[in-house]
Design a binder for this molecule. Structure first.
Ligand code: 5GP
Length: 355
């Protein structure tokens, strides 16, 4: 047994220190980011080498959860330049229709990922969609609860070999070593976060997890060293947490609970509340798999969130908070927020040494 003595931090353990700034209004802040991906290669020869795929937008993502990663949420976020990982529940046919339909929602290929697990059935479903929609499908989110298994790593490397031009989002992990491993296996963006989710019960059911801000700081450092990127996935409950995630080095921030409860999510509304549940909760298992498979404990719960109307209003609120955080920190662009950030620790962890 080993104990790591370093202090690990969550969003609640820090605040961002304000700094002198030359910005006059928060309107001046540029939240747009551009990324080129380390492993996905477009099949276009350009001046003797192949073009690298690029992303440009506001790097906030809707999570691939029921009530959040819906086609309607995706279409509502595209005009903001924001990204959606669709839930896995859509059939191949629905996805083909969505990616092929031409109803002036340009940008689906730039801002929407199909999500899959790692079964043979998942691979086949991806292949069926890809064969039909071609380059309109650029992103895949290969998502498992535990991104540490050999089987998962093998799936990623095999997927990379088969689809050289697809941008692979892979997770979840929460440590630097496994972030590097996934990038070396062919992932472009690693989804980081084990246990911080608002409807996740992994920490209480298994004792496993990692404080999310430290996950971000350590995994982003590891990923950036290899030219890869990370998503901070889970644990943001207010816009200030999103600012802290970017300040800690996240390239993208993924939201579940903060994007739940809107018209576009299609959840069950009762009164002024909407049902929201974890993707491995009993509710999700009942809905999609006809009951909990007996070898697994439910590591997700079902809650009610306030009904919040149109998602665009929430988005404005989030972006306003983020712009303001950049202004306070002296960051003219979101890109600069990390290097402008000084975190102040606000909670005390006992560190007594007994002799
Ligand atoms: P939130 O933004 O709500 O705090 O976190 C969203 C994230 O929680 C999702 O993107 C996903 O990684 C994670 N998550 C969703 N459902 C479950 C679940 O049932 N169990 C666990 N352990 N994590 C979940």
């Amino acid at each position: 047994m080993i104990i790591e003595p370093d202090i690990k931090l969550d969003f609640k353990d820090v605040l961002i220190r304000p700094k002198r700034s030359t910005l006059t209004t928060r309107k001046e802040v540029d939240l747009n980011r551009k990324f080129s991906f380390v492993n996905a290669k477009l099949d276009i020869p350009y001046q003797g080498h192949k073009l690298i795929s690029e992303y440009s937008g506001i790097p906030i993502m809707a999570s691939n959860m029921d009530g959040v990663g819906t086609l309607e949420v995706a279409d509502a976020l595209i005009p903001h330049g924001m990204f959606t990982c669709l839930t896995k529940i859509y059939s191949g046919k629905e996805l083909i229709e969505y990616f092929l339909s031409n109803n002036n929602k340009g940008g689906r290929s730039d801002y929407v990922a199909m999500s899959i697990g790692i079964t043979e059935e998942d691979r086949k479903k991806f292949n069926d969609v890809y064969e039909q929609v071609g380059e309109k499908l650029r992103y895949v989110c290969i998502d498992v609860a535990n991104g540490y298994t050999e089987r998962f790593c093998n799936f990623i490397s095999d997927f990379r070999n088969r689809y050289s031009n697809i941008v692979i989002i892979a997770g979840n992990v929460c440590t630097a070593d496994q972030t590097q491993e996934l990038i070396l296996k062919g992932a472009d963006i690693v989804k980081c976060g084990i246990g911080p989710g608002s409807v996740c019960t992994t920490r209480v059911k298994t004792g496993v997890g990692y404080p999310q801000l430290s996950t971000i700081i350590e995994c982003s450092d590891a990923a950036h060293g290899l030219g890869g990127h990370i998503i901070s996935d889970g644990g943001c409950t207010v816009a200030g947490d999103i600012a802290k995630a970017f300040g800690g080095g996240a390239d993208f921030v993924m939201l579940g609970g903060m994007m739940a409860g809107h018209d576009e999510g299609g959840g069950k509304i009762s009164g002024n509340k909407v049902q929201f549940y974890g993707m491995s909760s009993e509710t999700a298992n009942d809905k999609h798999f006809g009951g909990l498979r007996n070898y697994r404990a439910a590591e997700g719960k079902t809650v009610e969130v306030p009904y919040r109307g149109k998602i665009t209003d929430t988005v404005q609120d989030i972006l306003g908070g983020l712009r303001s955080a950049c202004t306070y920190s002296g960051a003219r662009r979101l890109k600069d927020l990390c290097k402008c950030t000084t975190f102040i620790r606000t909670t005390v962890q006992e560190n007594k040494i007994y002799s």
